[in-house]
Design a binder for this molecule. Sequence first.
Ligand SMILES: *Cc1c(COP(=O)(O)O)cnc(C)c1O
Length: 368
Amino acid sequence: MAQKRRVPFFELRKQYGQLSQQIQAKVTQVLESGWYILGKESEKFETEFAGFLDCKHCIGLNSGTDALELALRCLGVGEGDEVILPSHTFIATAMAVTKVGAKPVFVDIDEHYQMDIDQAEKMINKKTKAIIVVHLYGLSGNVKRLKSITKSHKIFLVEDACQAHGASFEGKKLGTFGDFGCFSFYPTKNLGAYGDAGALVTDSPKLAEKARLHRNYGQIVKYKHEFVGSNSRLDEIQAGILSTKLKFLPQWNKKRRMLAREYDLLLSDISQIVLPPIADGLDPVYHQYVIRAQQRDSLQKYLFQAGIDTLIHYPIPIHKQKAYRHYNRQKLPKTESAVKEILSLPIYPEMSPDDVKYVAKTIREFYA
Ligand SMILES: *Cc1c(COP(=O)(O)O)cnc(C)c1O
């Protein structure tokens, strides 16, 4: 099938093209200011992002991975502690737990690809210090219910909201339910920098202060160090870029929802695939549009030959990774069967509805 049409998985240059003047002006302004790490731009972005989420504090960091690790450190999670999390997530969620010296306890997923809350609750014991819930694909489960479970067991709730900028559950933004919300601004995220960046959000002034010290060597005033911290600071260029882009995030998320609706409409009658399931109360942001497909690998190949790029998020669950070989014998049946069938279709704000039509038409052809 020789088609000229190409649908890339994402197209970051298109978005840059639309914003290049504003971005270049901002970058130049920072370069000429002579101040490059933690300054006016970082403070401005932190205030704006906290305002966007409607929470009290935002702490700009180097990455989403650091956000997860610092969240656990600030909550005092470490050696001898257990942290419950899904296995069906990006590896960084688990590595944060391992890096602070705690033990990851992996649980299975529900029908929305999100952590099975009932199973997570059953795993809570005396050693459990925290649960990390991951709002995978820009979707979520019932995070309100999870919050009340962690509260009643007196353990911490950390939200990995690295794929969920702007999504909300029952009107409250994801990332603001837990003791900490963790965000990544990796370039392909719904809000992406032009380099690495991340943030923590919290309503607790004490935790916010601790995180601020932690990202800067535990330094309280110059050369006075309260505890052993790290270097995980947001730089002024990335902060300025993020401020510039944050204004567009609501419309970009709206566009993603529109494209998702288009996919839903065009694919709903194909019996060999399952559309993304959306929990009651959730307003999703479709970081990914993930279908479950029969003959997934052949479908992926067929789409590729038609010029359509797709990805699998994620092909190997964490408990089956070599990095976590001690867990390889654990059985998480729903996770293990999902990873054989899931397929992420292209979705990004700059994608045209015609591209969606072409993808849907090609999927239909494959099953015909
Ligand atoms: C991207 C991502 C991370 C890591 O963020 P980085 O900024 O790349 O370190 C963590 N968890 C999830 C679910 C992610 O998607």
